[in-house]
Design a protein around this ligand. Structure first.
Ligand SMILES: [Zn+2]
Length: 304
């Protein structure tokens, strides 16, 4: 029988200007009070979130669902319109002091994206050179602000391709977190075996649970924390725009339940290091792009 799960990692994606400006400071405050450490993956470039949200609206069947879940409530109207009728504002590059403060408060900072929307909606159409440029822009921004190279990355919307992993493998990362489901592994996608360790997200995110029709935040928190006992590196996904915004009460429920269960936190970097130091080294695992309930697009996850 597996030992009970005693530690987990919080993966915070920062996708928008407002998520960075308002959500991140709120999350830092909550984490300080709860004595929790997390990993923040930042989008550095333009906030084109409005384009991505409108794209989801146009997807057949998702209009009704998105109206039901309330995208404007989740993201705010400025973000829903950002990069559409209103200009795209820079995300993390607009707040260098705040980026440094995240690390200063004991959290890990990694790269999420340069142009989050471009990656999320158009990755499969990008040339290897364009993918390399997206990574270069975000890594240069990280280095300018932090004074050191980024050691971790997490792809927007859990989207990757063999081409994007070929580029990512040249970055010398300690690990990446681009996948959904399973334990840390070296992934194979469309015949390409990546040399970068993957630490996947193992739990569902709140937006998915809301899209699936779950309304009770206590039950959403239970589902987020329903960690399978054999999970070696549980990773809980949070968004600065969501749990650092209108759904802050949800985060407080999650943090309370974690405290009640004696669930401690470690950064994804620490989870990666533990996997690498383990007597059972991370396996090679075949991945595919598969649909995930509650999401509009496909995500990279273990092939059945
Ligand atoms: Zn994101």
């Amino acid at each position: 029988m597996s030992a009970p799960v005693t530690t987990c990692s919080l993966k915070i994606d920062v996708d928008t200007h407002e998520g960075m400006r308002d959500g991140v400071p709120r999350l830092l405050k909550s984490f300080r009070a709860a004595r929790v450490r997390a990993t923040f993956f930042l989008s550095f470039g333009p906030d084109n979130a409005g384009k991505a949200i409108w794209n989801v609206f146009r997807t057949k069947g998702f209009l009704r669902k998105m109206v039901k879940t309330g995208a404007p409530k989740l993201y705010g109207w400025r973000t829903v319109l950002s990069g559409t009728v209103l200009p795209a504002r820079p995300i993390a590059t607009a707040f260098p002091d705040l980026v440094r403060r995240i690390a200063g408060e004991g959290h890990e900072v990694g790269v999420h994206a340069w142009d989050h929307r471009l990656w999320q909606d158009h990755l499969s159409e990008l040339s290897p050179e364009r993918i390399a440029q997206e990574y270069a822009l975000s890594f240069e921004a990280f280095e300018r602000i932090m004074g050191r190279r980024a050691e971790s990355a997490a792809a927007p919307a859990w989207r990757a391709t063999a081409a994007s992993w070929r580029v990512q493998d040249t970055l010398g990362l300690r690990y990446a977190s681009d996948c959904r489901g399973g334990d840390p592994c070296y992934p194979v996608l469309d015949g390409y075996r990546s040399t970068t360790l993957q630490v996947p997200t193992t739990q569902p995110c709140l937006e998915e649970l809301l899209t699936l029709g779950e309304r009770d935040l206590e039950r959403c928190a239970e589902r987020l924390l329903a960690i399978a006992p054999e999970t070696r590196a549980p990773v809980l996904p949070l968004h600065a725009e969501v749990e650092g915004g209108a759904y802050e009460p949800f985060l407080e429920i999650v943090l309370r339940k974690m405290r009640e269960r004696g669930l401690t936190t470690r950064t994804l970097r620490e989870a990666a290091d533990a996997a690498l130091a383990s007597s059972e080294p991370p396996p090679v695992r075949t991945m595919c792009a598969a649909p995930l309930s509650g999401r509009a697009g496909r995500v990279i996850s273990p092939a059945a």
